[in-house]
Ligand binder design. Structure first.
Ligand code: IPD
Length: 263
């Protein structure tokens, strides 16, 4: 039987709510446990504990599902159900480490490779986002509609930086070319908060190179169900190469600016 996206959404919301509570309780006094891809790429014990909670809650209800998580990689069930969960237990780990509020728990459900349901919990903002493919997105139960596009020169654009020094050099070069053409730039520290923020009208556009699926799967569906186009270069699918998100007219303008820069 085909999994019901609304049931997957309800499960994602329930688990993201519990996981966000656990992470919020553990934020004060948290320290670095380990580094991953580079010395700036940190992990705390709460990243791991939160992901473990999410995995165990999802598998308790749906033991045959596969799970891709930021900390634990690909594991869980054998995927025989056709459902794969894409999970970032704490997106915005550096904000989390410094006691800042902009971090979130992101849980997406893919069916046959398509994200059909999502929840993003940003506990310190008191915001719980949810979406079902084709049915719109909500924040705390209220339907979301992203504000209309603005011209590029009036756009507040969010972006982020990866953890590899070489990548940051490239990202800084691109930034130099982007900043003169826009209203201003924001580096909020969490792609999940940035992308859901587009749905909520806190910025007009987002781009980042080097993101992983767990950074964009859940918040990307929430943004796109609120009228934001979420894709990659030249309007392709979002990819590690580049994720761009904005209302379609602004997306095209940003795409045209970024494409020649090898962003
Ligand atoms: C990071 C955040 C950040 C983005 C990085 C991500 P993490 O996720 O989303 O905003 O710039 O590329 O890796 O590591 O905090 O889960």
């Amino acid at each position: 039987t085909t999994p019901d996206p609304r049931a997957l959404r309800d499960l994602a919301v329930r688990v993201a709510t519990e996981a966000g509570g656990l992470a919020a309780e553990g934020q004060a006094g948290v320290t670095v446990l380990d580094t991953k891809s580079s010395p700036t790429d940190v992990v705390t014990k709460m990243d791991r504990a939160t992901e473990e909670l999410i995995r165990s809650r999802l598998l308790a209800v749906r033991p045959d599902d596969a799970i891709l998580g930021e900390e634990g990689g690909e594991a869980g069930g054998d995927g025989g159900s056709g459902v794969r969960w894409v999970v970032d237990p704490i997106d915005g780990t550096v904000n989390y480490l410094y006691g800042q509020p902009d971090w979130g728990v992101a849980i997406a459900a893919e069916v046959d490779g398509v994200v059909v349901a999502a929840a993003v919990n940003v506990p310190r903002r008191g915001e719980l986002y949810e979406a079902v493919l084709g049915e719109g997105s909500r924040c705390n139960g209220e339907p979301l509609q992203a504000p209309p596009a603005v011209p590029l020169e009036q756009a507040l654009v969010a972006t982020g930086f990866g953890y590899f020094p070489e990548r940051r050099v490239q990202q800084a070069r691109v930034l130099v070319e982007v900043v003169p053409h826009i209203r201003d730039i924001r580096r909020g520290g969490s792609a999940a908060v940035d992308l859901t923020g587009l749905a909520a009208g806190r910025a007009n556009a987002f781009y980042e190179r080097g993101l992983n699926p767990w950074d964009w799967a859940a918040p990307g569906l929430i943004a796109s169900e609120a009228g934001i186009r979420v894709g990659g270069l030249h309007g392709g699918p979002p990819a590690n190469d580049l994720v761009i998100a904005a209302r379609p007219e602004l997306y095209d303008a940003l795409d045209a600016l970024l494409a020649p820069l090898g962003a």
